[in-house]
Design a protein around this ligand. Structure first.
Ligand code: B12
Ligand code: SF4
Length: 491
């Protein structure tokens, strides 16, 4: 056996230290052992990008994932002996980051923890309050990561990072630098046999370094990012206020990367993780021309758009669906009520939403008649928005029932720092999200004063009579028992 292969196996089997630096991949404990849902298994492009840049520049690192252990006791020995730990902290991983950093410091008192990521960008004070974080990078890290790791002492404790001008400057991520699902034998040693069987299935079906099937398209799944920032300013999100604008990755590079992945590992379908794929018509037009022509296969893909731009550019949208196999269309509908859409600064109206729904319903019917796979909505819906009335919520559920083919993705509004509304509710003391509870479970209560009991009953069907008002017989039947409850996602 080649020495390199042997090393890989050793690493995979018992987490032996090979380098002085470790990346700590963050996520809920156990997500890469026996996950609750598919999305927790997705890989982190920020970590992947920075680790690739480091390895290409001879700064070799190991990787340990909080998702690949099931208890903090298991994490500590995996961190022993490292001189430096790096982590990408988002608000929803802040509690895990905090704990992992503390464990790292207890295990390696002289070791350094370098942290960056969205949470460092939007909540630097909260990060700075944690002694275990030695250096905190706000913003993008690709242009400073090498200097930082080589000479951390030359940076202040909290500092501004530097990004590339264009995503064309990013290297392709070396996906073998992403964490693997936990080794099932290790899982067996730590869990009941039935759970170990789940771990074994996960390991077998993960398709590492590609990603697992999640019901969106055939495995192996390739996740990619073609654009970095969405220019709209919805008050619950507005990432444009904290992610600087950056050139989109050229169409040709995206296709080349997918083809290369296909040749190396096989690709079954694609998830385009952009916050907003359906922007920049010139880029989209080129995608329509090039993707069907140059991609090894016309892989179906998941990608996000907005209802108002679907209405603004219906022909472009239709061509994308029909010619590029955009068959899972994620739209941030959020609400079916103009009052709430305004409050959210969504810049979409009930009419825009209905236009997009009618168009996709119609397109789907036509494609079924042609013997083709119809497009399906991934419909993002928020409930429990401060100021929402019962009638607003009924309208939202009514809107959902107008969609003929849909995966509902429903979440209770969560006041994330970084967003205008999040900052406001945090300042008013109304946020129930705290540093040890940024997100836990889908049905978590997120904001003071919101009647979550009502929403639980709404999703359980108690108000179906009100929701169904004005809907056709067929529309009323949509959403089988418990479907909307099951559609509640972590947020
Ligand atoms: C892809 C994505 C997902 C994916 C995959 C997540 C994953 N495993 O990585 C999925 C769909 C699962 C997801 C889910 C959620 N997401 Co999300 N997601 C994104 C998205 C669109 C892209 C992330 C990304 O890869 N960016 C590209 C990489 C290169 O950037 P990066 O990771 O930030 O890393 C850069 C810097 O931060 C920095 N950096 C990072 N680490 C380090 C470390 C060091 C040492 C240094 C120096 C620098 C540094 O350098 C990197 C390169 O520039 C972002 C929005 C965005 N445009 O970034 C939202 C975003 C991160 N998600 C967000 C949220 C809220 C969620 C959800 C809670 C629900 C929701 N509302 O969507 C869920 C929770 C998931 C869970 N498991 O619990 C928020 C986070 C807000 C915050 N304050 O942290 C964002 C910003 C979107 C938004 N505006 O609301 N998400
Ligand atoms: S919610 Fe969607 S449209 Fe609004 S700013 Fe965020 S990514 Fe853009």
């Amino acid at each position: 056996m080649l020495e390199e292969q042997q090393l890989k196996l050793n690493w995979h089997g018992n987490g032996k230290r090979k380098n002085d630096i470790v990346w700590i991949d963050l996520g809920d404990l156990g997500d890469l052992v026996y996950p609750q849902g598919p999305h927790e298994q997705w890989q982190d492009h920020g970590l992947g990008l920075l680790r690739t840049i480091m390895h290409q520049n001879d700064l070799k690192t190991d990787i340990v994932s909080t998702r690949a252990v099931t208890s903090w006791e298991q994490l500590a020995p995996k961190l022993r002996g490292y001189k430096m730990a790096l982590m990408n902290v988002r608000s929803y991983t802040f509690p895990v980051a905090l704990k992992a950093a503390q464990i790292f410091k207890e295990t390696n008192p002289d070791g350094l923890v370098l942290a960056g990521g969205m949470h460092a960008t939007v909540a630097p004070d909260e990060m700075a309050g944690v002694d275990a974080f030695d250096k905190i990078c706000q913003g993008a890290g690709e242009e400073i990561i090498l200097d930082l790791v080589r000479d951390p002492g030359s940076f202040p404790r909290v500092f501004l990072g530097q990004g590339s001008r264009s995503m064309a400057d990013w290297p392709e991520i070396d996906r073998e630098l992403w964490p693997k699902p936990a080794n099932w034998k290790e899982a067996l040693a730590n869990a009941r046999p039935r759970r170990a069987v789940r771990a074994m299935k996960l390991e077998r079906n993960f398709n590492w370094p590609m990603e697992p099937e999640c019901g969106w398209g055939p495995p192996p799944v390739a996740t990619i990012i073609t654009s970095r920032v969405c220019p709209w300013q919805c008050v619950f999100c507005n990432e444009a206020s904290y992610i600087p604008n950056m050139g989109r990755r050229p169409v040709s590079m995206v296709i080349d990367e997918l083809n290369a992945l296909d040749e190396m590992y096989g690709v079954g379908s694609v998830v385009i993780h952009d916050s907003m794929f359906f922007q920049n018509p010139k880029w989209l037009q080129e995608w329509i021309e090039e993707y069907p022509r140059r991609a090894n296969r016309l892989w179906p893909y998941w990608a996000a758009g907005r209802a108002d731009t679907v209405r603004q550019w219906p022909d472009l949208f239709t061509a994308l669906v029909r010619e590029t196999n955009w068959n899972l269309i994620s739209i941030g509908f959020e609400s079916g009520s103009d009052r709430i859409l305004k409050l959210l600064n969504k810049e979409c109206t009930e009419e825009d939403n209905n236009f997009a729904i009618d168009l996709v319903n119609r397109l789907g019917d036509e494609m079924v008649a042609e013997g083709k796979e119809p497009p399906v909505f991934w419909s993002n819906i928020m409930l429990g928005i401060p100021g929402e009335t019962d009638e607003d919520a009924f309208k939202t559920m009514r809107m959902l029932k107008r969609m003929k083919r849909v995966f509902p993705s429903i979440s209770y509004y969560a006041p994330y720092p970084g967003s205008a509304l999040g900052f406001q509710l945090i300042a008013e003391g109304k946020s129930l999200m705290s540093k040890d509870n940024y997100h836990r479970f889908p049905d978590d209560e997120k904001v003071k004063g919101v009647n979550y009991g009502f929403y639980r009953e709404l999703l359980a069907g108690k108000y179906d009579a009100e929701v169904n008002r004005g809907l056709s017989e067929e529309q009323q039947q949509r959403g089988y028992d418990g479907m909307y409850q099951q559609a509640l996602v972590k947020a």
